[in-house]
Design a protein. Structure first.
Ligand code: TRP
Length: 340
């Protein structure tokens, strides 16, 4: 199958995030903002994949809280549940059901070759390594194939998972007849590459030691301002100290890129307005605060109104279930599972 049978002309695009940890400015300017901008030009599905997070969760309560907080954030950045389908994976039980069938159509050898599995297990030396960590790609294949997904925007770390999904779909179609749509990995709409404010050679990350290098989307204006004020630049104070040069001036380039992304300009154009670091930092903080203010306000409102958040999520889960159950029924028929 080359296109999904529920023929709408827009490509169906699926991206999923695990509810683990807080969203930061790098997530927003790098990816989430494009989700909001592109929601009308594609048939967008966004899954909050809580079942995937269970591969490494060992205490009660954690996953639910993280799921609600991520959901509130996705709506706060402007995803419209009437336009984009935002759903929680566990609210669509078809994921687990197709996940099992996918496990039976992937080999132990194929799963053993996943570099992410090797990475993740080597980081868990001496700790519990769940079988879920190993079979994870089968569940991810189910996520993708349930929606007759055309395109999966992914970074390099996830390409292998989309490849194995295609391999599973091809095998399934060979075994049971043409049933599953083959997805394609696509490069996400380019966003800003936001680096740590304390270490501009590494990407902004929530696991940043002190937290000073990472601006969370929920940071209040005073915190944002403080983090930018302390941002690392360099010791060059010449007349062209503020110029866009990633190689020679990574800290300054990062500030220019963040400012440019927040004000819809190019980093070069922003650089022309400054000769000193102080004003660049202050104005960049202000531009970021202007972007984050409405997001933080909406996020707060949604978290304070669980009924409304639940309602928004139900809109997405209902839409997702409608598609997922149709696909799962097709899979059951193809295999010849006795109908109930
Ligand atoms: N494995 C992805 C990650 O760790 C998350 C994910 C789960 C996903 N299912 C997906 C991404 C389906 C894209 C499509 O980031």
């Amino acid at each position: 199958m080359t296109a999904h049978p529920t023929t709408t002309s827009a490509a169906r695009v699926l991206s999923c995030i695990q509810p683990t940890g807080e969203m930061h400015l790098g997530n927003y300017l790098g990816a989430l903002r494009a989700w909001e901008r592109d929601q009308r030009s594609s048939d967008a599905f966004h899954g909050i994949v809580d079942l995937h997070a269970l591969t490494v969760i060992e205490e009660p309560g954690v996953v639910g809280e993280a799921t609600l907080s991520l959901a509130a954030m996705l709506f706060a950045i402007g995803l419209d549940p009437e336009v984009a389908t935002v759903f929680v994976q566990s609210h669509v039980p078809e994921h687990s059901e197709l996940g099992w069938i996918m496990q039976c159509n992937v080999s132990h050898g194929e799963l053993s070759r996943m570099t992410q599995f090797k990475d993740k297990t080597s980081k868990r030396e001496g700790r519990f390594v769940s079988a879920g960590l190993f079979t994870y790609p089968a569940l991810q294949a189910a996520d993708i194939l349930l929606y007759d997904t055309d395109q999966v925007p992914v970074g390099d770390d996830q390409r292998q998972h989309v490849e194995i999904t295609r391999d599973i779909a091809i095998r399934f179609n060979n075994r049971f007849g043409d049933t599953l749509v083959l997805p394609e990995a696509v490069t996400p709409t380019a966003g800003a590459r936001v680096m740590s404010l304390q270490d501009p050679m590494s990407k902004m990350s929530k696991s940043d030691e002190s937290g000073a290098g990472c601006v969370f989307l929920t940071d209040d204006p005073a915190t944002v301002t403080k983090k930018f004020k302390r941002a690392v630049t360099d010791s060059d104070t010449g007349p062209d100290a503020v110029r866009y040069d990633r190689g020679a001036k990574p800290g300054v380039a990062n500030l220019l890129e963040i400012n440019a992304a927040a004000t819809d300009r190019t980093p070069q154009a922003v650089a022309e307005d400054y000769s000193r670091y102080g004003p660049l930092k202050a104005d960049t903080a202000e531009a970021v605060v202007a972007v984050l203010d409405p997001i933080r306000a909406r996020y707060g409102e949604l978290l304070a109104d669980p009924g409304e958040l639940e309602r928004l999520l139900r809109v997405g889960s209902d839409k997702a279930r409608h598609v997922a159950s149709t696909t799962l029924a097709r899979v059951h028929r193809a295999i010849g599972i006795v109908a109930r």
